[in-house]
Design a protein around this ligand. Structure first.
Ligand SMILES: [Cu+2]
Length: 115
C-alpha cells in the first residue's frame, strides 16, 4: 500500500521529536553505569574526566537493596533491588575517590578515578 510508508515516517518523526529532547539533555553530561550484583560493583574502577560534572547511574541486581556511597565528596544513593537510580557528582580534582556499598561493605568496593 503506497500511503503506508509516508504515514510510517511521519509517526517515526513524531516519536523521535518526543524522545530527542531528553536524550540531548542527558548527552550533555557524561554518564557512567555501575551494576551492583552478587554484593559487588561492576566496574570497580570508573574513570571520569576531571573538573567535569558527571552522572553515576547505578543498577541494582542484588536480591536486596544497595547503597552506593562515597565519603569525599559525600554521596549516598539507595537503590531498591531491580531498580536504577542516578546521582550527579560535582567536578572532581584529578585523583582517586573510593566508593563502597553500604550493605555489602566487605565486597562492594571500587573507585572513581578523575583524570
Ligand atoms: Cu550510607
Amino acid at each position: 500500500m503506497s500511503f503506508a510508508r509516508p504515514i510510517g515516517i511521519a509517526l517515526m518523526l513524531a516519536a523521535f521529536a518526543t524522545v530527542a529532547a531528553p536524550l540531548t539533555a542527558r548527552a550533555e553530561m557524561p554518564t557512567f553505569q555501575i551494576v551492583a550484583e552478587n554484593g559487588r560493583f561492576t566496574p570497580e574502577t570508573v574513570t571520569v574526566p576531571a573538573n567535569t560534572r558527571f552522572r553515576v547511574e547505578l543498577t541494582n541486581r542484588n536480591a536486596g537493596p544497595e547503597e552506593f556511597e562515597t565519603s569525599s565528596p559525600l554521596k549516598e544513593l539507595v537503590v531498591a533491588p531491580g531498580s536504577t537510580r542516578s546521582t550527579v557528582f560535582p567536578p572532581l580534582q584529578p585523583g582517586t575517590y573510593p566508593f563502597f556499598g553500604e550493605f555489602h561493605r566487605e565486597t562492594a568496593k571500587g573507585q572513581i578515578v578523575a583524570k
